[in-house]
Design a protein around this ligand. Structure first.
Ligand code: PEP
Ligand code: MG
Length: 575
């Protein structure tokens, strides 16, 4: 009988193939008491398991194929780092001694403590690292149980195999590298888990968080994986199969059409030139940006360097990351946003915030003003990296012009220091400001006097204009990019920047939504910055449109407030 499962679709299209099940890593944990004299021996058994697991991971790391996504190596090193951390490799030894228990039990106790700590983390990206810790611990359990990973090669699967797993660690992915799978699905994994990130970069149809896929699907059973809608259909009947074969062909045709415009210049049918940039979070994202034809980086969210580590990143670490991006983009502009922490991005080294309302607290540029040492270290690293490419600086969460003036003073002082030390940097480095707070949007003319360019952060601009927390599901229906207040603010910002002759771009999610491309062009926007995977879809929306023909519809959209009328007009733009 056919069944349909729902999970998180990671994209990659549709696959139809035969299920290949891989075993669930969970192992029954035994618990037994030790005699005092047995403790050192048990601790030695645990140490040996850590050593073997480390060797195993290092061997896998060394065998990553050259064409594998860059993240694979990074995630595998993260697993080696986690394994080396004393919380996993040392604490269980203590537990063996204190509780006089076996190594497996000690590790499971320690794992429970660690996982409970992760559950309390509010920031989604960090909370998702829980599964990395779990995956590393599962490998240690396996080693303790005597499983020798190096002696096993995965069972080879047929040509149309779809991998069905409880979870897939980066190490599993290296092991499966020699087998060509059409798609993969897992029981667990969130939208920002490493499994999801790897799935996206492999560009295979994949659905995660299906909960019981491994139990419900039999080996070799026919399944459809719809990575676009997050659906898996087990044992489909002929009519469903036929329908999905058509959908698959449609999707492939769409992909081909997108690939065909990869090298085309983003110019509208009536000759208006547009620039499309990429938003990135890690230097590794540059490859995908270039592949999708980005004209540069419109937003590098530098805070991700600050969220990954236990401590503040050093000047050197930052310099290397900024330099890597500048060099990878080979002279194309790279806009690096200075650290935007606070709100939902709280780093490990920062004390739990006791702000009554973090979104209105010490966030973005405000935190940088309050922590001048941290800010100046970042400015130094950025300036040093500017000798290797076309770096521009961008300040987040501006609400007072004084924040720009103060930054310029810091910048001048850091530049003077570098000159004295004979360190090269771009003397004319540009300084831009994010317009994402309503106050800055309304008074944008004042900000434009002091910055070289502006970038509109619609994610926050909408949240603050409509008083709707962008992360709160309870009010997500009120988060509306088409709200008249938002459209009028956008028009005002773009018009003012044009009038004052300063470049304006947009780097919030609105810029990457192909449904909104023509509306934004109609509002006068010419520079868009978005996730690399959105670039071609947005380009497609602008290539065959004549802006002249759409002016009247956009003007009408700025006048109406009724939601249905607005949506109807938007549809007309998109026809
Ligand atoms: C924005 O607010 O639109 C933006 C681009 O910044 P972030 O999403 O990082 O807050
Ligand atoms: Mg923002």
């Amino acid at each position: 009988m056919s069944i349909t499962l729902h999970g998180i679709g990671i994209g990659g299209g549709i696959a139809i193939g035969r299920a290949h099940l891989v075993s669930h890593a969970d192992i029954e944990i035994a618990h037994y008491q030790l005699q005092p004299e047995e403790i050192p021996q048990e601790q030695a058994r645990f140490d040996e398991a850590i050593r073997t697991t480390r060797k195993e991971l290092e061997t896998l790391w060394g065998s990553i194929p050259e064409n594998a996504p860059a993240e694979l190596g990074a995630f595998l090193s993260l697993h080696i780092m986690l394994l080396n951390d004393h919380t996993l490799s040392r604490e269980p030894r203590q537990i063996i001694e204190v509780q006089r228990c076996n190594a497996e039990w000690a590790l499971s106790q320690q794992l429970e403590i660690l996982l409970a700590q992760f559950d309390e983390i509010e920031e989604e990206y960090l909370r998702e690292r829980r599964s990395d810790v779990e995956q590393v611990a599962q490998r240690i359990f396996k080693t303790l149980a005597g499983y020798d990973a190096s002696a096993h090669t995965p069972v080879s699967a047929g040509e149309d195999a779809i991998l069905v797993a409880h979870d897939l660690s980066p190490a599993d992915m290296v092991l499966f590298k020699d087998t060509e799978y059409l798609a993969f699905i897992t029981d667990v994994g969130g939208p920002t888990s490493h499994t999801a990130i790897l799935a996206r970069s492999l560009d295979l149809p994949s659905v995660l968080a299906l909960r019981h896929a491994r139990e419900l699907i039999d080996e070799d059973e026919l399944i459809i994986v719809d990575g676009i809608n997050g659906v898996v259909i087990v044992d489909p009947d002929e009519s469903i199969l036929a329908e999905y074969r058509v959908r698959q062909l449609e999707w492939q045709a769409k992909q081909k059409a997108l690939q065909d415009i990869r090298t085309r210049k983003p110019v509208t049918a009536d000759g208006v030139e547009v620039e499309l940039f990429a938003n990135i979070e890690l230097p590794e994202d540059c490859a995908l940006s270039i592949e999708n034809g980005a004209s540069g980086i419109g937003l590098f969210r530098s805070e991700f360097l600050f969220l990954r580590e236990e401590d503040l990143p050093t000047e050197e670490e930052q310099y290397e990351a900024y330099r890597a991006v500048a060099e990878a983009m080979q002279g194309q502009p790279v806009i690096i946003r200075t650290v935007d922490l606070g709100k939902d991005k709280i780093p490990k080294w920062q004390e739990e915030s006791d702000s009554p309302n973090p979104a209105l607290g010490l966030t973005g540029i405000r935190l940088c003003m309050a922590e001048p040492q941290m800010f100046r270290t970042q400015l130094r690293a950025l300036l040093r990296a500017s000798a290797h490419g076309k770096i521009k600086l961008l300040l987040p969460m501006l609400s007072h012009v004084a924040e720009v003036k103060q930054t310029r003073r810091h910048l001048d002082e850091v530049k003077a220091q570098l000159r004295e030390e004979g360190i090269p940097f771009d003397q004319d480095i540009e300084l831009g400001g994010m317009i994402e707070v309503p106050a800055a949007a309304i008074a944008v003319a004042h900000f434009l006097e002091h910055v070289d360019f502006i970038s509109i952060g619609t994610n926050d601009l909408i949240q603050y204009s409509l008083a709707v927390d962008r992360n709160d599901d309870a009010v997500s229906h009120l988060y509306d990019p088409l709200h008249p207040a938002v459209l009028q603010l956008l028009r005002h910002i773009i018009e003012t920047a044009d009038r004052l002759g300063k470049p304006v771009s947009m780097c919030g999610e609105m810029a990457g939504d192909p449904q909104l491309t023509r509306l934004l062009l109609g509002l006068g926007l010419r520079r868009f910055s978005m996730l690399p995977i959105q670039l071609l879809k947005v380009k497609q929306r602008l290539l065959d449109v004549s802006l002249k023909d759409q002016e009247a519809v956009v003007a009408e959209m700025l006048k109406v407030s009724d939601n249905d009328t607005l949506r109807g007009l938007l549809q007309r733009l998109n026809e």
